[in-house]
Design a protein around this ligand. Structure first.
Ligand SMILES: [Zn+2]
Length: 237
């Protein structure tokens, strides 16, 4: 194999290790971020439930004021009953009293329904608060663990970066720059094998003439499709 290619493939192996380390760090961080988001959602749920209770309680207070007013009204009508003379007036008053009582009963039923709903929501809040507490503690623990994990992974990364630095020195600046640019724009793959006339970077067939030259093993070319640096490695029998 061409010496330059040999050194480049070593470099790329190191780069892939560094890439893997980077994605490990990212994964750890993402998992933590997801848990934080879940916790924030839980907090929002508690807030929403609390607001619902506040609305219901307001409704209940309004109903209670209305009930009290109607009760006063009923009492007034009842005392007026003593004073009325005609049967017609009496009937009218009685109807008014009956209607008011009916109204009071309906409102009292509404109050009961509200109180039941509030009780149910309060229990829901309690449950969410308990979960929130547990999850917060877990997250704190997780954060510590992730911090430690990232520190350990970063240590590994530094070792690989040193290795890379040493390896990069073995290459001419020009080809190194080309390789770095390719890696940036070609999904982390700058140098690729050609197998059976097919570039293993973009999986396009390369012109036969170029392939024949590659088969000699002492040269490398740029893939006409993806521009990656191609090389041929004889298959060991
Ligand atoms: Zn290609």
């Amino acid at each position: 194999m061409n010496e330059e290619i040999a050194q480049l493939t070593v470099l790329q192996t190191i780069d892939h290790i560094i890439d893997t380390i980077d994605s490990q760090i990212q994964e750890e961080q993402d998992a933590l971020d997801n848990k934080s988001a879940e916790l924030a959602d839980r907090e929002t749920t508690i807030e929403t439930l609390t607001e619902k209770i506040e609305t219901l309680e307001k409704e209940r207070r309004t109903l209670e004021v209305e009930i009290a007013d109607e009760m006063v009204h009923v009492k007034n009508r009842q005392s007026k009953m003593m004073q009325v003379q005609t049967g017609r007036e009496q009937t009218a008053l009685l109807k008014e009293i009956e209607d008011a009582k009916k109204g009071v009963k309906e409102k009292e039923e509404k109050v009961v329904t509200i109180m039941e709903k509030v009780e149910q929501l309060t229990a829901e809040i309690e449950e969410n608060k308990n979960l929130f507490k547990g999850e917060t503690e877990l997250l704190q623990e997780e954060t510590e663990n992730v911090k430690k994990a990232i520190t350990a992974i970063t240590k590994k990364k530094k070792t690989q970066e040193k290795k890379r630095e040493t390896q990069a020195k073995k290459l001419k600046k020009q080809i190194l720059k080309k390789y770095d640019t390719l890696r940036q724009h070609r999904n982390g793959l700058g140098v690729v094998k050609v197998v059976n006339g097919v570039c293993q970077g973009c999986f396009m067939t390369i012109p036969p003439q170029q392939y024949n030259l590659l088969l000699r093993g002492d040269q490398h070319f740029d893939c006409p499709t993806c521009q990656r640096i191609m090389y041929y490695e004889p298959v060991e029998e």
